[in-house]
Design a protein around this ligand. Structure first.
Ligand code: NAP
Length: 321
């Protein structure tokens, strides 16, 4: 038998996203055969996989995650031992503009994966990407796994529904399903749609003279930001643990968006007068402050994270194009 036949196969939905690319790299380094499901092989943006130099090392298959029969066929053919479900409409802002599309894709795709695993092979382990946004308007910080949900966006309600669906299949059918409840995490692979990357990109443009001013929404909210390549390690660790469970993955420190802007502008060397708050960019509802406590993941999975928000920003500024 060749070495290839001994390799474990992992299937990743959302492989073209930020986390999909870093997780692929991690799994390839660990000797997995990596298969990624994409909406369309010809139209999908593969920049993340290209930037990490791994596009040729993964197998990409076209799959509509809303089509259960296609999922069953792919899982039966490729026999993954682990599935990482990262595909989602992942923007909170966009979810207010596309609430029904966001909710239906972010929940139906999860139902289909769970059904496919139940029908094809219940031994397949599933990681599902839950989100800190599920907690929303919390009464007590820091957030831990069993903090009560009060989601405040269509994205958050979709993630809460998907999260409980995963737990339901775990408890009802004995599936190995673990949910990673990740707080915001960033990298050079983030798109400019997301706050930190937008600020770094636009600050550089202002410095170069290609942009006059940056416009932002509510920057007095505080968020817990982490570094994506270190967060994907927790995803893998969850599926190596002997029993399925849910884990909060975060830095444990919150920082206001205003502080993020001021730090980046100073580091890039531009005036703080080059940004302006625009009420039109406010979301209909927002979480004032959120940060978590990852003690469970640290204790049970041995996951480590010690980067401060400013160390993270330094790293992201250093990585920017
Ligand atoms: P991302 O960069 O936005 O990537 C999302 C992925 O989902 C992309 O591969 C995208 O494919 C795919 N996708 C979106 N809509 C789809 C659809 N209708 N059909 C099929 N595929 C679709 O997200 P990420 O930052 O890597 O996050 C990964 C997961 O973690 C997501 O579920 C996200 O909600 C969750 N999460 C992220 C964070 C964070 O801070 N990054 C925090 C908590 C939870 P295309 O390339 O075709 O668009």
């Amino acid at each position: 038998m060749s070495n290839i036949e001994h390799k474990k196969t992992a299937l990743i939905t959302g492989i073209t996203g930020q986390d999909g690319a870093y997780l692929s790299r991690l799994l390839l380094n660990k000797g997995y055969e990596v298969i990624g499901l994409v909406r369309s092989n010809s139209h999908t943006n593969k920049n993340g996989l290209i930037r990490l130099g791994i596009l040729e090392n993964v197998t990409l298959l076209e799959c509509d995650l809303i089509d259960l029969s296609q999922l069953i066929q792919i899982i039966s053919t490729y026999k993954p031992v682990e599935i990482y479900n990262l595909a989602a409409q992942s923007s909170v802002s966009l979810s207010f503009a596309q609430p029904i599309g966001t909710f239906s894709f972010n929940t139906m795709s999860v139902f289909n994966l769970l059904e496919a695993i139940k029908l094809v092979d219940k031994r397949i382990k599933l990681y599902h990407a839950s989100s800190s946004e599920m907690y929303g308007k919390v009464e007590k910080l820091p957030i831990v796994e069993n903090t009560v949900f009060h989601p405040v966006s269509p994205y958050a309600t979709s993630k809460a529904a998907a999260h409980w669906t995963c737990i339901n299949y775990r408890e009802s059918f004995g599936l190995f399903v673990s949910c990673g409840i990740l707080f915001n995490h960033e990298s050079m692979l983030r798109t400019n749609q997301f706050f930190v990357k937008k600020v770094i990109t636009e600050a550089n443009m202002i410095k170069e003279g290609t942009l006059d001013k940056m416009f932002v929404g509510n920057i007095d909210i505080k968020r817990d930001f982490g570094y994506a390549p270190l967060y994907v390690e927790a995803m893998h660790a969850m599926l190596q643990h002997d029993k399925p469970d849910d884990f909060v993955i975060c830095s444990g420190i919150s920082i206001s968006l205003r502080e993020v802007i001021e730090y980046i502008f100073e580091r890039v060397g531009i005036s703080l007068s080059a940004y302006e708050v625009d009420q039109k960019l406010y979301r209909p509802n927002d979480i004032p402050e959120i940060y978590g406590n990852s003690s469970k993941a640290k204790k049970v999975l041995g996951w480590h994270y010690a980067m401060t928000p400013y160390e993270l920003l330094d790293k992201l500024i250093g990585e920017s194009d």
